[in-house]
Design a protein around this ligand. Structure first.
Ligand code: IFM
Length: 469
């Protein structure tokens, strides 16, 4: 890292310069952008089923058409190149690869083959996530993530994708945010498959981690050239007041958000306090001999997705039966002071810096990547064809500066991916929430690079950003 006002390749001085070879990326996920849900033999996923059910997704929206990326991916790669991205994180849709009867659909895989080749031709590193929430419906019908066999099926799927793309994908994420899959999907049912059973959510946690273990083994057995990782929701959990009750609330939420995944992955054991906190729901007897050794296989990198910190208290008189954190019904969540995004999420870049520092301090971590960071705002294209998304630009600027602070403090951060490349299907919120660097008119599928996208492109060209004022 150079000091203040280092000279960039473009000749403009930059105050906060990122390391050479830093990955400047953007991220997406299959169901959120691809559309074409019946193309080339794609089988139904739990999100097709969930979004088709009345009342599950705002506005009755579904991913049926989404941003039609499946048909427009060449144009989208051109836009990535125009921004100057050096890496792109996408997900492979398991239901495009697995036929509804358990076979392999080579025609579905061919789409990702073309995408990866197009990315490489544009000098953009392909980063592939194998599971970003679109479980084949047929596997959910057999028990989904509460069923141990699903983890083994995931390992087989990873082997199939690795055989086809393993020579060209530069980094693999087995899973994206297993916290959401387990707790939102099986615990409180606001995500597919819409089950409401906290004990089932804890089984799902373990089977998702087991899937990561099988997937990692399969990728390595296939000799993939890219590193193996997974992307976790990265949370910085803070007590609202410095009292024993609030500190206990923060410990409990940190356990169920972070350590329930980090400890088995990086230390080979579930945390004792999490097992105790959830003892009324499960005895964890679904954890079998050998599982934790598989789960704790060496990672080449760790990816974290960060949006906002959690500020928690335990007021003693609170009971939230709808909390996604099993056994933490007494904990109350508070916004941090200041503005929020269109999701109602607090804006606090120090949470990102502290997360990266904490991971580095508390665990023997491999190189880190911020695999998602971004903000939703109600953007509009003005008559002159621009999207003046100053709030998103400011959000990204401040979070990049916080990431730089972490690097300066010794964190081995190798890349940063904006969520998201394109406006897209924001799960239970439908198309209402726009996160993209590129605006999508869902009626015409016209793409418009937002001001934040142009700013990000300049940051990439400069290799850094100035200190936000
Ligand atoms: O859109 C999601 C993404 O799929 C996973 N991480 C959070 C994003 C914003 O909610």
């Amino acid at each position: 890292m150079a000091g203040p006002a280092a000279q960039t390749s473009t000749g403009t001085p930059v105050e906060l310069r990122f390391p050479k070879n830093f990955w400047w990326g953007a991220a997406t996920a299959a169901y959120q952008i691809e559309g074409a849900v019946r193309a080339a033999g794609r089988a139904p996923s739990i999100w097709d089923t969930f979004s088709a059910a009345p009342g599950r997704v705002a506005g009755g929206d579904t991913g049926e058409h989404a941003t039609d990326h499946y048909h427009r991916h060449r144009h989208d790669v051109d836009l990535m190149a125009e921004l100057g991205l050096t890496a792109y994180r996408f997900s492979v849709a398991w239901p495009r690869v697995r036929t509804g009867t358990g076979g392999v659909n080579q025609a579905g895989l061919a789409f990702y083959d073309r995408l990866v080749d197009d990315l490489l031709a544009a000098d953009i590193q392909p980063v592939a996530t194998l599971y970003h929430w679109d479980l084949p419906q047929e596997l959910e019908d057999a028990g989904g993530w509460t069923h141990r066999d699903t983890a083994a099926r995931f390992g087989e799927y990873a082997a199939v994708v690795a055989a086809r793309l393993g020579d060209r994908v530069r980094m693999w994420n087995t899973l994206n945010e297993p916290w959401c899959s387990a707790f939102l999907g099986y615990g409180i049912g606001v995500h597919a498959p819409g089950r409401r059973d906290q004990a089932a959510a804890l089984r799902a946690v373990h089977h998702l981690l087991l899937a990561h273990g099988h997937g990692t083994a399969a990728l390595r057995a296939a000799g993939v050239t890219g590193g193996v990782s997974l992307a976790l929701n990265g949370g910085t959990v803070r007590p609202r007041r410095d009292t024993p009750a609030d500190r206990a609330a923060a410990r409990r939420i940190d356990g169920l958000l972070n350590r329930i995944f980090l400890d088995p992955l990086l230390r080979g054991a579930y945390p004792a306090d999490v097992l105790a906190d959830t003892a009324a729901l499960t005895d964890w007897s679904f954890v079998r001999d050998g599982d934790l050794a598989l789960i704790a296989a060496r990672l080449d990198a760790l990816c974290v997705n960060y949006y906002q910190p959690d500020l928690v208290s335990d007021p003693g008189d609170h009971h939230d039966p709808g909390t996604p954190y099993p056994g933490a019904e007494g904990v109350r969540f508070h916004p941090t002071p200041g503005p929020v995004t269109a999701m109602g999420w607090s804006i606090d870049p120090t949470g990102l810096r502290d997360l990266l520092l904490r991971l580095t301090r508390d665990y023997d971590v491999p190189p880190l990547y911020v695999a998602e960071n971004g903000a939703a705002y109600p953007d509009e294209v003005t008559p002159d064809g621009r999207v003046r998304d100053v709030e998103r630009l400011d959000y990204l600027h401040r979070h990049l500066a916080a990431a730089h602070d972490a690097i300066t403090a010794g964190v081995d951060l190798r890349g940063y991916f904006v969520w998201s490349l394109l406006d897209n299907f924001e799960w239970a919120y439908g198309y209402d929430k726009r996160f993209g660097l590129i605006h999508v008119d869902y009626r015409t599928q016209r793409r418009t690079v937002k001001d934040s996208g142009r700013w990000y492109g300049r940051a990439i060209a400069r290799g850094g950003v100035d200190r936000p004022r």
